[in-house]
Write a protein that binds this ligand. Structure first.
Ligand code: NAP
Length: 322
């Protein structure tokens, strides 16, 4: 089968010929029509997940298509079903991929282009808010990288779960209007955001910050937490060195710092991945959450898509047509 991937860290995206894999127990084989593009694939290529295999790594955390075969011990899914799946073992940038049945969702009449860009950002945003972030009704939320894949759905899910005001930050002024259309009460440029958020909240601060950027954004976010406010770290798009965080200032100022990682959740709390993914997809089906696919590129242009994400030039979701 046809696939694309890379054979060395920061290497070009090249065509890779692979055998069609066979589903094991609890797995399904999906004939991929579309694959979502995630920042995780930028990290994969830049080496954050280690060296690629000698025959090359096929990235891709999510894909939509048709179930081609099911392995033993799979119920509720059958060959011919239209599905989308979160792929903890990567491999979505290919004609066929193996997915855990637990993370494979029938899509009903949802467009497969949209469905392909759904499972990872939806599960992440829902898990950040309802799981790691312990969102309560009326909570004020701040989302960094508000115009991106996770950012554009996080605000909508937050509102659907009963959040109060939701603010966003973006890296450049040209993304403000784009991000605002997803329901943010205000979107500000990240440089100097802390003063603006304090002003927008009348000095109170926010109850929850979702931070995928890292670097100075982390301490600046701690500075805008209300009493018992939570900072949920879940990414490091800026590729900054990690922080050394002292604990004493946290208890001296009633603050919490935590994190969210979908890969760890898939290993240690897979039922939560299924639950968050299902709940968020139900919001999409109910038209309460819109996934904004801003471009569909052929699989052969996967490198172009990754470069857009790596430079921060993307908005919403990019999808590859396989
Ligand atoms: N922990 C998890 O389980 C998990 C799961 C999924 C995603 N994530 C993380 O969530 C974030 C969003 O993922 P996504 O796929 O939806 O990506 P995305 O938000 O569509 O794209 C990444 C965004 O990061 C921002 N950014 C900040 N500094 C950057 C830099 N130096 N270079 C490039 N971009 C930079 C850019 O937005 P601005 O222009 O607004 O700065 C860019 O648009 C990523 O950081 C990803 O690693 C984590």
């Amino acid at each position: 089968m046809r696939a694309v991937g890379f054979t060395k860290i920061n290497g070009e995206i090249v065509e890779l010929e692979r055998p069609v894999p066979e589903p094991g127990a609890g797995e399904v084989l999906i004939r991929v029509s579309h694959a979502g593009v995630n920042f995780a694939e930028v990290q994969h290529r830049r080496g954050d997940f280690g060296e690629p295999e000698p025959e090359g790594d096929v990235p891709g955390l999510e894909a939509a298509g048709v179930v081609a075969a099911v392995g033993p011990a799979v119920s509720g899914l059958a060959a011919g079903d239209q599905v989308t799946a979160y792929l903890p073992g990567f491999g979505g940038y290919a004609e066929y991929v193996i997915a855990p049945a637990a993370f494979t969702y029938p899509i009903g009449d949802l467009d497969p282009v949209v469905a392909a860009g759904a499972p990872t950002v939806l599960t992440t945003a829902y898990g950040l808010l309802a799981g790691a972030g312990r969102l309560a009704a009326g909570d004020t939320v701040l989302v960094h990288a508000a115009a991106g894949g996770v950012g554009t759905v996080a605000v909508q899910i937050a509102k659907a779960l009963g959040a109060g005001k939701v603010f966003g930050t973006v890296g450049s002024a040209d993304k403000v209007a784009y991000a605002r259309q997803f329901g943010y009460d205000e979107v500000v440029v990240r440089d100097g955001f802390a003063d603006q958020i304090r002003e927008l909240t009348g000095g109170r601060g926010v109850d929850l910050v979702l931070d995928s950027v890292g670097g100075q954004t982390r301490p600046d976010s701690l500075g805008v937490l209300a009493v018992f406010g939570r900072l949920a770290a879940y990414g490091d798009a800026g590729n900054h060195p990690d922080l050394t965080l002292a604990v004493r200032p946290l208890w001296k100022s009633n603050q919490f710092v935590g994190g969210f990682n979908i890969g760890d959740l898939a290993r240690r709390g897979p039922e939560l991945v299924t639950r968050f993914g299902r709940a968020a997809l139900d919001l999409v089906a109910a038209k309460k959450v819109h996934i904004d696919v801003t471009d569909v590129l052929p699989l052969s242009d996967a490198g172009v898509a990754l470069d857009r994400l790596a430079t921060g030039a993307n908005r919403g979701k990019l999808v590859l047509s396989v």
